[in-house]
Each structure stands twice: as structure tokens, then as C-alpha cells.
Write a protein that binds this ligand. Structure first.
Ligand code: ZN
Length: 465
């Protein structure tokens, strides 16, 4: 009985863990490696195991850094079931297909360049059709229901409160006379976040595999965050400019619509025209609407009293590019929510071109912006950005709202681990070295936990825990 760390080991992307119990092999997550192009090139490396020898996969949640290599795994011979929460299965249908579509588009672009240079063409990592094929292997589960997935392996999913359908994975492993319980936190949500429930506590484990994205940070309070957002919007209303909000299609967009509905009067939102300008975010919102049973108590109450918690009277969902282009004719009065979340592509780039140079416009940054992205340049106060090779002056007011996060902060992580009985051994994953170290130190000193920080390829014998 053992476990190998094949991703998100001392970094934040490419989550992938392999467990061997007797003859059986089960994978937890099979995520995409994300970052700069050299880093992403590793997605094309052969898997450190034989895909056809994997019997089953368990998927914590739909984000691509956890799910994005599943079509590749299937393409290379994996034939077993992919167990996950039913909302994750629905989100993956749209997200993996979209990833396949982008892979095809990127490869076509690269190949035009290669053709001119007389070089060999590349093939897409996987196509849209291959993503669709992988989806047939998904098996939808509910939270809290234990299922025997292989001889000697039972699985329970618990609510992680990170995005819709996100799960903490509890695996009970039995081989000969030995029994071990391994709990994967997946990505843990931020306590008190809108729409979703807080991460469920777990009591029993022999080993906890825990994320540490914000292991060295404390988030602002939700109240302070909403107050800040309200102030920015009323200031924007007075200055009669447009408001651009780059947002991730899954999670952040739905949170925005939901808090807009809660604060509709208070923030004077009736005076605006609000646009959700992202076909992907529109589809993701439909999935959120479909899975109301996993909302937290407040969101369920709203749903029962007033219906759809994301509906606004002045919200336009713009699916087609002609609708998107029409928004560019407005020079004030529009709140535009569009992707991509870090302004690296997508429709937000067109809106930036039409608005970033206007002194009365506002750009509201509501999510994490990685180094090197256009979004990060805006946060860092760039006075010019480049769009399609053309410089565009940034005269718009850029506001960064730091309190919105889909991840638990240091306190959230400490509290969640603190609910386990008997201080099980904990392996930290999914974090940069500084945040991992800060969390490891607190877990060790305050909770006397034995903390591991496994490197890529590390194999852990579970029988000796
Ligand atoms: Zn995630």
C-alpha cells in the first residue's frame, strides 16, 4: 500500500497522486501544468505511470489544474471510471471541451508559424472531440455517500466549499489485514464565501494531503470586502464611466452576480446596464443554477424566496461576438464582466482596448493575477498595456479587491486540520515554498503535527504510517 506524488509537489499546478493498494491503482486528480510556456511544455511529457494500468480516477474539482490532463490520460489508454461530484461532472463537460477547443486553436496558430519556418507541425495536446470522449468515463457522485470503487478501496466525497462541486476526498484502503484512511483536502474553500458551504471538517485520517496555497496569508474580512466594492461602484457611478471586471468564468463570476443581487439597492446597481460577456461564464452559471441543493443555507433561502440567486433585471448575457461588439459603443453606464480572469485573452481584451485609455473608466480586479500577465501589469500600475501589438494608455482607475479568494487562508487551513482526531501526519501540497513553509511551521509548533513536504515523484509507504 503506497502513494506517489506526481504533481502539485512544491508548486501549485498539475495535481496528481497515485495510490497502489494490492493489485489496484487509483489516481486522485490529473491536472494540467500551468504557468509559462516552458513549464506548460511538461504537459507533453509521458505520465510517470502507464495510463492503461490505472483502474480508476477520483477528481476533487473541475479546475483545470486538477482535471485538465484527464482527456490526455484517456487518449493514452485509461479506460476506467472517473469518480467525482455530479456538479463537477457538469462543469468538466464545458471546461474540458473548452480546453480542447483552445488546444486546437493554439496548435493551428503555432503550425501556421512553423509552416512559414519550414518546421514540423505540432498536434494539439488533445482536441475538443477527445475531451468529449473522456467525459463519457465520468461517474457522478453525491457528497457524504460512501462508495466502494475498487476491491479494498471505498470513497467518500465531502464538501470542500471551493467551487461548485468541489470535494474533499476520503479514501479508505484495505489490504490484507491493514486499513488506512487517506484524506485529500483538494482545494479548500474560504470560510464565509458566498453561495457555497464552508469546508466540511473530517475527523479520521492516517494521512492528510492538504493544499497550502495561502499557507502564509490572512484574507480580509468579507464585510470589509463588500464595503470596498460598494464604495468603488458608487464612485464609478458618480464619474460616469464604464466598469470592467475581468473574472474567471467558473466561481468568481457567479459570486459577483450573487453579491450584486444581494446589494442591488445599496450599490445603486439599477442605474447600470450589466453585461456578462463570456459564453463560458454563461454556461457555468447555468450549471450553478442547476445544482441549488449544494448551496449554503443563505443561498438556498434566497432561491426559495425569490428564485434564481444570479438573476438581475438589467443583466444581459451576451453569447455572440456581435453582442459583445455592441457593448463597445457604450462610453458610460456599463458594468462588463468578461474573461479571461487575468486579461491574457478573451473578450475582456477588446473592452480594455475601448476603455483603458478613458480617465472615467474603472477596472475592478477581483481575482489573483499571476506575474507576467496583463492583469498583473494593471495591478502594478502600468501606464501602458499592449493589445495586439498596439500600445494602449492606461488612464482608467484600477482598483484591486484583495479579499475575494476561493482558497482558505492560513487560519482556515489551521482550523480545518485542527478538527482531525489524534493529529495525523500531514503532507503539504499545492503551494509555493514560502507559503508551505509558513504553514508547516505553525502546524508543527502549535498543533504538534508531523509535516511532510514531498517532492515530485516521492513515494510514501502507507503501511508504516
Ligand atoms: Zn481549484
Amino acid at each position: 500500500m503506497d502513494m506517489s506524488f506526481y504533481g502539485a509537489a512544491r508548486e501549485v499546478t498539475g495535481s496528481c497522486y497515485l495510490l497502489r493498494v494490492g493489485e489496484h491503482r487509483i489516481l486522485v486528480d490529473c491536472g494540467l501544468i500551468q504557468g509559462n510556456p516552458q513549464h506548460e511544455q511538461h504537459n507533453r511529457d509521458p505520465f510517470p505511470f502507464e495510463p492503461s494500468e490505472i483502474d480508476a480516477v477520483v477528481l476533487t474539482h473541475a479546475h483545470l489544474d486538477h482535471s485538465g490532463r484527464l482527456p490526455l490520460l484517456v487518449k493514452q489508454g485509461f479506460k476506467g471510471p472517473i469518480h467525482t461530484h455530479r456538479a463537477t461532472a457538469d462543469l468538466c463537460r464545458i471546461m474540458l471541451e473548452d480546453a480542447g477547443y483552445l488546444n486546437e486553436k493554439d496548435a493551428a496558430w503555432e503550425n501556421r508559424k512553423r509552416q512559414r519556418q519550414g518546421r514540423e507541425p505540432v498536434s494539439p495536446l488533445y482536441t475538443q472531440a477527445e475531451a468529449r470522449l473522456a467525459h463519457k468515463q465520468f461517474r457522478a457522485l453525491e457528497y457524504g455517500k460512501t462508495k466502494k470503487v475498487l476491491p479494498g478501496i471505498t470513497l467518500t466525497l465531502l464538501d470542500a466549499g471551493h467551487i461548485l462541486g468541489s470535494a474533499i476526498v476520503k479514501l479508505e484502503l484495505k489490504d490484507s489485514n491493514q486499513r488506512r484512511v487517506v484524506v485529500f483536502s483538494g482545494d479548500l474553500g474560504h470560510t464565509g464565501a458566498p453561495i457555497l458551504r464552508d469546508p466540511e471538517p473530517v475527523r479520521e485520517a492516517d494521512l492528510v494531503v492538504m493544499e497550502s496555497t495561502y499557507g502564509n496569508r490572512q484574507h480580509r474580512s468579507w464585510d470589509a470586502t463588500w464595503q470596498e466594492m460598494g464604495e468603488i461602484l458608487s464612485h464609478a457611478r458618480a464619474s460616469r464611466g464604464n466598469v470592467l471586471i475581468p473574472a474567471f468564468a467558473v466561481g468568481r463570476t457567479q459570486e459577483l452576480l450573487y453579491v450584486f443581487k444581494q446589494h442591488y439597492q445599496e450599490w445603486g446597481l439599477a442605474d447600470w446596464q450589466i453585461f456578462l460577456d463570456s459564453p463560458m461564464a454563461i454556461k457555468a452559471t447555468r450549471v450553478y443554477q442547476k445544482h441549488g441543493t449544494v448551496y449554503d443555507a443563505r443561498a438556498r433561502q434566497i432561491q426559495e424566496k425569490v428564485g434564481d440567486p444570479f438573476a438581475l433585471p438589467n443583466l444581459t448575457m451576451s453569447r455572440h461576438s456581435t453582442q459583445s461588439m455592441a457593448i463597445n459603443k457604450m462610453d458610460f453606464g456599463a458594468i462588463i464582466i468578461a474573461g479571461s480572469g487575468m486579461c491574457t485573452g478573451g473578450r475582456i481584451t477588446h473592452h480594455l482596448k475601448h476603455n483603458a485609455w478613458r480617465p472615467h473608466a474603472h477596472i475592478l480586479i477581483v481575482g489573483f493575477q499571476a506575474a507576467g500577465t496583463r492583469g498583473r501589469a494593471l495591478v502594478d500600475g502600468a501606464d501602458e498595456i499592449h493589445l495586439w501589438g498596439e500600445p494602449v494608455k492606461v488612464k482608467a482607475q484600477v482598483h484591486t479587491i484583495g479579499g475575494l479568494s476561493a482558497h482558505a487562508d492560513q487560519k482556515g487551513l489551521m482550523d480545518w486540520y485542527g478538527r482531525f482526531d489524534g493529529r495525523p501526519r500531514v503532507a503539504l501540497v499545492h503551494g509555493e515554498p514560502e507559503s508551505m513553509q509558513a504553514l508547516a511551521s505553525r502546524l508543527h509548533h502549535e498543533l504538534q503535527a508531523e509535516v511532510l513536504q514531498p517532492e515530485f515523484g516521492k513515494r510514501l509507504d502507507l503501511t508504516t504510517l
